[in-house]
Each structure stands twice: as C-alpha cells, then as structure tokens.
Design a protein around this ligand. Structure first.
Ligand SMILES: [Zn+2]
Length: 331
C-alpha cells in the first residue's frame, strides 16, 4: 500500500512530494517550487490521477493567496514523471526537452498500458509481472499532456522570483533527459539519471532505456558540476554529492561487467542473468531491471541505430523475474 506523507521542505520555496515507500516501479519524486509572489511550478508529476490529485491538494496548502501552479518542468517523458499533469487546471506551460516530446510517441499511451496491465494473462510472465508491479495504478481515463515549451541545450526560467536553469542531456536514461537546477537554493532535480539508495531507503536497481551507461555516468557528473548540495533523484532518497559519487561507482561497475561479458560472447539476456546472480548490490530491489539496462548497453556496443522495442524488452525482463519468483518476497 502506498501512502503519501506531507510535502517535505528541502530549501527556501522548494518542496518534495515522495511516495512511501519509494521503491517499486512508477513511484517517482516530484518537486514543488513556490515563489513569494505566488507563481509556482511542479518538477515532474506523479504517475496516475489519484497520486497527482494528492500532490495537487498538498501543493495548494503551500501557495500564497491567489497563487497558481503555472508550469510543469518534465525531467523526461516516462509516464511516471509526466502523466499526472492532466490534473492541473488552467493549462499550465509544460516544459521539456525537444527529444522528450519525441519520446512520448515511443512509450505506450496511458489507456493502452492500462489495458495491458489489467487485461493481460497473469499465467504468462509479462501478464504476471505487469499486474504485480503496475496493477496499483489507474490510467483508464488518462491522456498525456504534451509539452508546450521545448528546448535544446540550456534554458533559463524564472518561476516568479526563483531562477531555474535547465540543462538538456545527451541520450542517457531516455532520449530527452534534463537536469533542473535552482542556483540560489543549490538544489538539483535529476530525473532518472539517478536512482538513489540510502541507509533507510535501499532503493531499486536503475533501469536505463536509451544509454549508453557512459552517458548516464556523464549525466551524473553534470549534476555534480552544477554545484548542487541537495540532489533530488528521480526515485529514492534525496542525496548529497557523495551519494551521487557512490551511484557513479555502481554505474561504472555495471558498465564494466557488461562490457566484459559482451567481449567474451555472452548474449545480453545471459549477461543480465549472470549479473543478477553475482548480487553485488544485495540491498537494491528489482534486480531484473538489469535485463533492460544490459540490453541497452549491448545495443550500443553492437552499433544498433534504433531504440529498443519496449514490449520485447519488458517481456525479457518479466521472463527473468518469473524464473526468480520463488526467491523474491511477495508485495
Ligand atoms: Zn521514473
């Protein structure tokens, strides 16, 4: 069961909405930026309507009289960071990279995913996996709100009196990631180039769709280069710079092992099975996600021009999770 605690204040005018627990597919961190003049913005949105309405209700308690959430900054176009935008009234400006706009067409639409999750056969690995991990969400009446302001490179915004710098990243977690940095508060929202873990919140293995991992690592280094002291990952607990450096070491290990296994002729799916068996990071959940991240890395090593077939890689991931289902704890 997911519960939502009140918003946490990270810095002056910067607040965090984070589901508890934060582990599991689709439970992303979202930010609220409030300027003293009443202008406000979200950084990312929850995955479905129920959670987004909760975030909206809690956000309103922090707005000055007459305040409004006039913008949504979308760190990337995975549904768990964008699909909740439909609950915001008054047609907010939705800001994303140009490539994130293109990514929307690649991902299943919300109603399509809803039908797959709730209409799939639970006796098959994919049907079982989707129901188990996505069955808590409801997109039966959700439409994607498309970005209305897109950019490449860098974009300086002001949320009322609060400056926000956006940095578009080369292909990393998806094609179209960005970092949102608040220089006055030294807070960075990184989206899913970081999946964090901490002592009280062990977190999950990352899943990277676009890659390669070298560019995910470069994206983490770009986060550090902003000078941020408070770093809000896409999922998991808020970090300081040292936590980002620890995450870079995880990514380097995964990249190096994937390259070794590739160089010895091990196929991608078996390489992921080998990495899961090695269990180098035993506290992290959703080890089967390495199926996708390793497949992504192999695509780059083999010079593939196209992105993955999302349902095909999810079916491989579900197959590996199915093989391990007696070893994982039930929800
Ligand atoms: Zn995410």
């Amino acid at each position: 069961m997911i519960s939502q605690p009140p918003l946490t204040t990270l810095a002056d005018g910067v607040h965090l909405w984070s589901p508890t627990p934060s582990t599991g597919w689709g439970l992303a961190n979202c930010g609220l930026i409030v300027s003293p003049d009443g202008e406000a913005a979200w950084v990312d949105t929850p995955y479905d309507r129920r959670m987004a309405l909760d975030f909206l209700e809690r956000s309103r308690t922090l707005l000055p009289a007459g305040g409004r959430i006039g913008r949504v900054i979308v760190t990337h176009a995975n549904g768990d960071h964008l699909w909740g935008a439909e609950v915001l009234p008054d047609d907010p400006e939705v800001v994303a990279t140009r490539e994130a706009l293109g990514h929307i067409a690649w991902e299943p639409a919300p109603r399509q995913l809803h039908a797959l999750v709730h209409g799939g056969d639970p006796e098959t690995p994919l049907g079982w996996y989707l129901k188990r991990h996505f069955g808590r969400f409801d997109w039966s009446a959700t439409d994607v709100v498309e970005p209305t302001l897109t950019f490449t490179g860098e974009l300086d915004l002001r949320i009322g009196q609060v400056p926000v710098q956006l940095f578009a990243l080369p292909s990393a977690h998806t094609t179209g990631d960005l970092i949102a940095y608040l220089p006055r508060q030294r807070v960075a929202f990184t989206g899913d180039v970081i999946f964090a873990s901490g002592p009280e919140d062990p977190g999950d293995h990352p899943v990277h769709w676009a890659g390669p991992l070298g560019q995910v690592i470069a994206a983490c280094e770009r986060v550090l280069a902003t000078g941020a002291e408070i770093i809000v990952p896409g999922h998991g607990p808020v970090l300081g710079p040292e936590g980002v450096r620890a995450h870079i070491r995880y990514l380097e290990h995964l990249r190096d092992r994937a390259h070794e296994l590739h160089s010895t002729g091990v196929p991608a799916l078996d390489a992921a099975r080998a990495l899961i068996a090695e269990n180098t990071f035993p506290l992290l959940g959703l080890a089967e996600r390495m199926v996708i991240t390793v497949a992504t890395e192999y695509r780059h090593l083999e010079g593939a021009a196209d992105g993955p077939d999302i349902l095909a890689v999810m079916a491989d991931l579900a197959q590996v999770a199915w093989e391990r289902r007696d070893m994982t704890v039930a929800d």
